[in-house]
Design a protein around this ligand. Structure first.
Ligand code: DSN
Length: 413
């Protein structure tokens, strides 16, 4: 009776595959996986459980996943040059929750980046931090809105005595002041957590600040934005072994039971891709973001962060409040085959969330399919035609994208 419905779902999946393969995808939190990564999904591991750690499971039959997970942990530690890696969180938010559950107690003051300033939802009252405390204080920022005001933060932390500081964000153009804040956090016993979800692949490729080397003892991240997928999370740390054992309980049993073995296996393949191609890839991602920002600026768009060179990451933020706002602009671009998300910009009131001033663009996915500076120029040109010239470029976009179908920086070829 339901066979037709299954065919319908299969057809929708096929439609999605084809459609997104024709689009210029600029959502800053997404990426594409290689054929070899996709090839290990859908295996028997999709059916299995393996709670605990390799060699210390609560199930029989885990020998092969134990080997794969052990190798993945070893390579994550090597890639990020750290003492500990937990590869079990099934998303960045789960990784955050696992760490927050160890460090935040009811009533504790926690300092975070504001939502309009780019802070992730899991850092806020309605997200994971809010499950543990309501005393959430935003970092003060410099007038440009994209940098934490370190002097003011130092004053605030004497007055507020925070227990936790969370750096890193979702609108993430420039490095965070880890070097400046880490020593004072250490002296005062403040847990300094750096959420690297967006920039994980850039850190792995040495093209963004290395928060662990700069003194952050705890780093969380998701593995599918600037990292090569699959969709999962990770915790990386340099704390001592005793402390790590306590954090460990946050991931299991604190925030997950089984940890989705088929995506774990996929991540272990993509980690080898990152080891082999990460530097070259991350360099091109950042070069592309800078180039896209510059060309958009030259065309007359209000690109954020101009006085700091627009961006040091994979992201570009554009103020489109004069062009009907973020919601309308993002919808118009989508109708032309260009996928972006609307975004609050620093200092905007929260109630602008359904039509904020900004668009957030990310170059990581189009870089993965081989685009370089000339293609960034073409993409900026499409933005100009669509948003400034009110033209339809959907067919041009499709033709342009058709030449970039294979995942590069991989072992696919
Ligand atoms: N909210 C996602 C983003 O930055 O797009 C991250 O979880």
């Amino acid at each position: 009776m339901y066979e037709r419905n299954v065919s319908h779902i299969e057809a929708l999946v096929q439609e999605q595959n084809e459609w997104r393969g024709r689009c210029v995808n600029l959502i800053a939190s997404e990426n594409v996986t290689s054929r070899r990564v996709r090839g290990v999904m859908g295996s028997d591991f999709a059916h299995r459980y393996a709670e605990g750690h390799p060699g210390e499971r609560y199930y029989q039959g885990t020998e092969i996943i134990d080997e794969i997970e052990g190798l993945l942990k070893q390579h994550m530690k090597g890639l990020f040059r750290c003492r500990h890696a937990d590869v079990r969180p099934i998303s960045g938010t789960i990784a955050n929750d696992a760490v927050f559950s160890r460090y935040i107690r009811p009533g504790d003051v926690v300092m975070v980046n504001s939502t309009p300033g780019g802070g992730h939802i899991s850092h806020h009252r309605v997200g994971a931090v809010g499950k543990y405390t309501k005393n959430i204080v935003n970092f003060p920022v410099t007038p440009d809105g994209y940098h934490i005001d370190v002097d003011h933060t130092m004053e605030l932390l004497k007055a507020l005595e925070p227990k936790v500081m969370i750096l890193g964000k979702s609108l993430f153009l420039f490095p965070e002041p880890v070097k400046e804040l880490a020593p004072v956090c250490k002296r005062r016993g403040i847990a300094l957590i750096y959420d690297a979800a967006h920039v994980l692949g850039l850190v792995a490729g040495h093209q963004f600040q290395d928060p662990l080397a700069e003194g952050a003892p705890l780093v969380t991240g998701s593995t599918h934005k600037t990292f090569f997928g699959s969709q999962r999370g990770v915790i990386l740390s340099n704390v001592d072994d005793d402390e790590w054992r306590k954090i460990d309980k946050g991931a299991f049993p604190g925030s997950s039971s089984n940890h989705h073995l088929e995506t774990l296996v996929a991540l272990s393949v993509s980690t080898y891709e990152m080891l082999e191609f990460g530097v070259e890839y991350a360099r091109q991602v950042v070069a592309n973001a800078k180039h896209l920002a510059r060309r958009l600026h030259d065309l007359g768009f209000k690109v954020e962060g101009a006085e700091f060179g627009f961006t040091e990451s994979h992201q570009v933020a554009v103020d489109v409040s004069d062009l009907g706002g973020g919601d309308a602009a993002a919808r118009t671009l989508k109708d032309n085959g260009i996928i972006v998300n609307m975004n609050l910009l620093p200092f905007e009131p929260l109630d602008h969330v359904t039509n904020p001033a900004g668009l957030r663009l990310g170059t990581q996915e189009m870089t993965r399919v081989g685009m370089k500076e000339p293609e960034m120029e073409a993409i900026a040109g499409f933005f100009g035609k669509v948003l400034l010239g009110k033209k339809f470029v959907g067919d041009e976009v499709k033709e342009f994208r058709s030449k970039f179908q294979d995942v590069q920086y991989s072992f696919d070829a």
